[in-house]
Ligand binder design. Structure first.
Ligand code: GLU
Length: 448
């Protein structure tokens, strides 16, 4: 483990003490603290006024009961969360995750990361995150709708286009956003389009929002490869996951001339040496809401591996786009041994701390999620802009803005890493650039 600066160590210890049993949150805070040593050494004023302590403490945390009735007439209970982390830069902004693994520590880690990610976009959005331990798998449309309505019946009072603007995340896509928006509208009697992002196009959604996280991550990696005179042309890529992020990462890599050799879902992965047929993945995942195993049943040359790690598949570019801590130190060693040249995180914190260290020590280009996957939330901010001006932009216009934002984030991270004496260290660059923007805004607003 990297040694933490002596001014920062007590702050980290205090975070661990008062947030007991939340390892993902500790991990996310620790990583930022590792980077901030260089900031407080250069600019000691950032350690004043308990600025760093305040950044680690959410402004508000809401935990609530979600009762709903399943198709058998049974009453079910889930737990809902919204962690409103920091609003110095704008209304809280961040997705809602529905997954059985969700707990307060996971939502807190995601909310913490979101503050820095959103700051990196340069847009006026604070950080927050929410979700529930509800498992949508195998649930009917009616059950999903009743659950979303019950979730929003509590959450609506904490939201607003100037207060808190949720979006999707794992388990929450266009369908769920629609049900939540409908319930919000009904409860408030307001057509407040800007209260949720990731809406469908016909009621205030933005073009390119669905594609944005994956496209954005690929733009980031393209720019990062270019620093070494490289590109995607003819390169083999492995993209874990088969949700929104993974699907549109694959689409953009293909457009850039790369080849996708493997993708996965939570049950296993498929390898297709002919190159993954993205249309089939879309059909399985977006239309049938099925499992990736179906791919190998329909493509004879493909092979499905139920147990094991997708990172065993040799590739030039790895894009972990499934979930937190999916790529371990052992996986990183395998990838390095197989000659990986770049890793771009499409998911939030998918690489464990030792995996990150192994990549960096081996000189692999490494793009951390809070920078590389910021295209999703950046396009959410573009959706908010369109809603505020009652406008609707073309796909090209929106994607052009996204591409400019991603290249800007890349360049800001690279320049910051350089300024703080660690050229090429995008983890350090992202943490410091994100932190400085949030800290400056907080300082300007006084002790609040
Ligand atoms: N859940 C996404 C993320 O991790 C998007 C959040 C948003 O659009 O507000 O950044």
């Amino acid at each position: 483990m990297v040694k933490i600066d002596e001014k920062l160590e007590p702050i980290l210890n205090e975070v661990i003490r008062r947030n007991a049993g939340e390892p993902e949150f500790h991990q996310a805070v620790r990583e930022v603290m590792e980077s901030l040593g260089r900031v407080v050494a250069k600019h000691p004023r950032y350690a004043d006024n308990a600025l760093i302590e305040r950044i680690c403490e959410p402004e508000r945390q809401i935990i609530f009961r979600i009762p709903w009735v399943d198709d058998q007439g049974q009453v079910q209970i889930n737990r809902g969360f919204r962690v409103q982390f920091n609003s110095a830069l704008g209304p809280y902004k961040g997705g809602i995750r529905f997954h059985p693994s969700v707990n307060v520590g996971i939502i807190k880690f995601l909310g913490f990361e979101q503050c820095f990610k959103n700051a990196l976009t340069g847009m006026p959005i604070g950080g927050g995150k929410g979700g529930s331990d509800f498992n949508p798998r195998g649930r009917s449309d009616g059950e999903i709708m009743r659950f979303c309505q019950s979730f929003m019946t509590e959450l609506y009072r904490h939201l607003g286009e100037y207060t808190d603007v949720p979006a999707g995340d794992i388990g929450v896509g266009g369908r769920e956003i629609g049900y939540m928006f409908g319930q919000y509208k009904r409860l408030t009697n307001r057509y407040e389009a800007g209260v949720l992002t990731g809406k469908a196009l016909f009621y205030g959604g933005s073009r390119a929002r669905k594609e944005a996280t994956g496209y954005g991550a690929t733009y980031f990696v393209e720019r990062m490869l270019a620093t070494r005179g490289l590109n995607f042309e003819g390169r083999k890529a492995v993209v874990s996951g088969s949700g929104n992020v993974a699907i549109y990462t694959m689409e953009k890599i293909l457009e850039f001339g790369g080849r996708i050799v493997a993708c996965s879902d939570s049950a296993g992965y498929v390898v297709d040496d002919d190159g993954i047929d993205l249309d089939l993945v879309k059909e399985i995942k977006e239309v049938r809401r099925g499992r990736i195993a179906e791919y190998a049943r329909e493509r004879k040359q493909a092979r499905y591996v139920e147990k094991g790690s997708i990172w065993d598949v040799p590739c030039d570019v790895a894009m972990p786009s499934a979930t937190q801590n999916e790529l371990t130190g052992k996986d990183a060693e395998t990838l390095v041994k197989n000659g990986v040249i770049a890793v771009g995180e499409g998911a939030n914190m998918p690489s464990t701390p030792d995996a990150v260290r192994i990549f960096q020590d081996a000189g692999v280009l490494f793009a951390p999620g809070k920078a590389a996957n910021a295209g999703g939330v950046a396009t959410s901010a573009l959706e908010m802009q369109q809603n505020a001006s009652r406008d609707s932009w073309t796909f090209e216009q929106t994607e052009t803005r996204l591409a400019t934002i991603m290249r800007g984030i890349h360049d800001r991270c690279a320049a910051t890493a350089e300024e703080f004496g660690a050229p090429g260290d995008y983890v350090l660059g992202a943490n410091i650039a994100g932190f400085v923007r949030v800290a400056e805004a907080m300082d300007a607003l006084g002790v609040i």
